[in-house]
Design a protein around this ligand. Structure first.
Ligand SMILES: N[C@@H](CCC(=O)N[C@@H](CS)C(=O)NCC(=O)O)C(=O)O
Length: 191
């Protein structure tokens, strides 16, 4: 039996790890998926000092944080490019990745939502997450209005889609937001 060269430290419900799982699958890379509980598992904190998933071990290289992992994979494994050639479209992909990873996901991450529950009140957890997800997607819709086709920036799956699909999944299934059904929802079901 061939042992995969890559190990992905992941969690089934992690949107950040899903981005990486999508990329690994699109690039046709075989990997071992190791599911751990973030912030609690000592094995994970040895690999990623933040104690978060995802973290990737590729031979002797260790990379944590989904953005860094995706850029690393893109450079090392150029098959199924995650970025379009067109500079404007490329910059839209960067912006989507940045909005999701800095203005949406961290604000609805479990540890933050639980913290809001503790200091403000348990009934505020879901509205807090919904507020920030909604705000982010209102901006994303404006950003993508002239680019969206089958996927976020055209008819190919690019970086933006790897950020959008898991975030849309979380919005619908974790935070009960009424999002329009999209191909992104279908995409995420596959991985
Ligand atoms: N910027 C990091 C964020 C990592 C992150 O927030 N991971 C979440 C899962 S999506 C996590 O491990 N959360 C643990 C928790 O909140 O308990 C990335 O993109 O990888």
């Amino acid at each position: 039996m061939k042992i995969p060269q890559q190990k992905l430290y992941s969690h089934p419900m992690s949107s950040c790890a899903r981005r990486v799982r999508l990329a690994l699958n699109l690039k046709g890379l075989e990997y071992e998926c190791i599911n751990l509980t973030p912030l609690e598992d000592p094995e994970l904190s040895k690999i990623n000092p933040m104690g978060y998933v995802p973290a990737l071990v590729d031979g002797t290289t260790v990379v944590s944080d989904s953005y860094a992992i995706l850029l690393y994979l893109e450079e090392k494994y150029p098959q199924h490019a995650l970025l379009p050639q067109d500079l404007m479209k490329k910059s839209i992909n960067y912006q989507v990745a940045s909005i999701v990873s800095s203005s949406i996901q961290p604000l609805q991450n479990t540890n933050i939502v639980n913290y809001i529950g503790e200091i403000v009140g348990p009934d505020e957890k879901i509205p807090w997450a919904q507020l920030h997800i909604r705000k982010g997607f209102v901006a994303l819709e404006k950003l993508l209005v002239n680019y969206a086709a089958k996927y976020a920036t055209g008819d190919e799956i690019y970086l933006a889609d790897l950020y959008l699909a898991p975030q849309i999944y979380n919005a619908i299934y974790v935070y009960n937001l009424d999002m329009v059904m999209s191909t992104h929802k279908l995409l995420i079901c596959e991985f």
